[in-house]
Design a protein around this ligand. Structure first.
Ligand code: PLP
Length: 461
């Protein structure tokens, strides 16, 4: 493992910033290099990247094949505007994805990130209704405690009170209503099986479609596995299949947001494959480029693309950096590595192993209410009391403390506090690289366990 020496100049630069970061009154350590599962700051300190930032770094850092592919692409063609050209990199990545996507997905739009992928899905869904003459379908249904991105449209779909607050007057004009998420730990009743709960949770969609009026509803949008706002909460058995049936019954499109959960993170390239459900549109990002290049993608079912092809013949949506050649080349290399190194079975095995290790180390902890997830997309929810599932007091800011303490202890994880409805606790999301080793998993659990203990000591009376 390479442990780089920081230059004096890099050390000197780490104290001040001209860059706007989200936390304005905080000093961020300066990341200067990375290798495998580790990042290094300007002082030479190592950080085990147990969440890939925000579930981004699927292959860890500095994978030589990905770097070589990007360099080779830059040596030939970095960028050609998609209104004038296509490129080998974009076409090969598109073919690669549609050959592995659920049946019937023949076309992909490449964008620069998750919010753009979600916006593209929403706008295409609406355009398809429009071109069919179904002009009344403008209403979208999404779920509480969800996150779909930070652009105004994606923000309206999501349900993140803090991020929405300054913009309520704007996003309130986008017709979106919200139903409950599928969140078994909080919502499944003691006398219910997981299957019965899944049907009950899905039935909320039907009730909402009928309340709005089916002829007005364009699409239902949901994360396949809820990511940052609930913490790796998978759908109950049968939930998504029932959602699909309800959407079909009323001509409502199903948009699955796999920005966090997709591209292998759950052990399946498309997370919905595990539920045997095929949506109308899929948004992916993060893991598709694994952090080597900023890229997202929106996949659309053939019949929807056909509707537009036979109608106006043009997408009413696009961006300057669509299908960026260097970004596509990087993402293609990432996807090839995942297949050549047989990483999807490894994600499932390492995910099961990590879950066992977390249960052994923390499963009996009085403040750990739930350990859940799929593949290497895992989360722990923290409570004040396991019996009653009472959340930790939000004023004590456990999640924010855990993030800082973990950084002190050389661990990058993704804690968040229950953000809506006051019915979820603080949680921490884990999304380590697909090729993480057994020793690194051990180190992860050790650093995380210590960080949790220290954070609880700092935030509970
Ligand atoms: N959708 C989900 C489920 C996400 O988790 C995120 C980001 O965390 C987004 C969309 C937005 O992606 P981006 O930050 O790349 O715009």
């Amino acid at each position: 493992m390479v442990s780089p020496r920081p230059s004096q100049a890099a050390l000197a630069r780490s104290a001040s910033t001209s860059v706007l970061h989200r936390q304005l009154n905080k000093t961020y350590p300066r990341a200067v290099s990375a290798q495998g599962a580790f990042l290094y700051d300007a002082s030479g300190k190592d950080y085990l990247d147990a969440s890939g930032g925000a579930a981004v770094c699927a292959l860890g850092h500095r994978h030589p094949r990905v770097i070589d592919a990007i360099k080779a692409q830059l040596d030939t063609l970095a960028y050609a505007h998609s209104a004038f050209f296509t490129s080998d990199a974009a076409e090969e990545l598109g073919d690669w994805l549609v050959r592995r996507a659920p049946l019937g997905f023949g076309r992909v739009m490449f964008v620069s990130g998750g919010s753009e992928a979600v916006e593209a899905a929403v706008k295409l869904a609406r355009q398809v209704h429009y071109e069919r003459g179904d002009t009344g379908r403008v209403h979208f249904i999404a779920r509480r405690q969800s996150y779909h991105g930070n652009t105004l449209g994606a923000l309206a779909l999501g349900h993140h009170p803090a991020r929405r607050a300054p913009y309520e007057g704007l996003i309130g004009r986008f017709p979106v209503s919200h139903i409950a998420p599928c969140y078994a730990y909080r919502h499944q009743r003691p006398d219910e099986t997981a299957e019965v709960y899944g049907l009950r949770a899905a039935a909320e969609l039907e009730a909402e479609i009928l309340r709005i009026g089916p002829e007005q509803v364009a699409a239902f949008v949901a994360e396949t596995v809820s990511g940052s706002t609930i913490g790796a909460a998978p759908p109950a058995p049968g939930y998504l299949a029932h959602i699909r049936r309800i959407c079909d019954k009323y001509g409502v499109f199903l948009i699955l947001d796999e920005v966090m959960s997709g591209m292998g993170r759950t052990g399946h390239l498309f997370a919905c494959a595990e539920d045997d459900v095929s949506p109308d549109f899929i948004a992916v990002a993060k893991g598709i480029g694994a952090g080597y290049q900023p890229i997202g993608a929106m996949l659309a079912r053939d019949e929807h693309v056909q509707t537009i092809t036979k109608g106006s013949g043009a997408l009413a949506h696009g961006h300057t950096y669509m299908a960026h050649a260097a970004a596509c080349a990087g993402a293609l290399a990432v996807q090839r590595v995942i297949e050549d190194e047989d990483l999807l079975p490894r994600v499932r095995a390492s995910g099961a192993r990590l879950r066992t290790m977390l249960s052994e180390r923390l499963g009996d902890h009085p403040n750990v209410g739930d350990i859940r997830g799929r593949g290497l997309f895992l989360a722990m929810e923290f409570v004040a009391d396991r019996e009653s599932k009472t959340p930790l007091n939000p004023r004590r800011k456990f999640a924010a403390t855990l993030k800082d303490v973990a950084m002190e202890n050389g661990l990058i994880c993704y804690p968040a506090s229950g953000t809506a409805d006051g019915v979820s606790g603080d949680h921490v999301l884990l999304a380590p690289p697909f090729n993480i080793s057994e020793d690194e998993l051990t180190l992860l659990v050790e650093r995380l366990g210590r960080s949790i203990e220290e954070s609880l000591a700092q935030t509970t009376p």
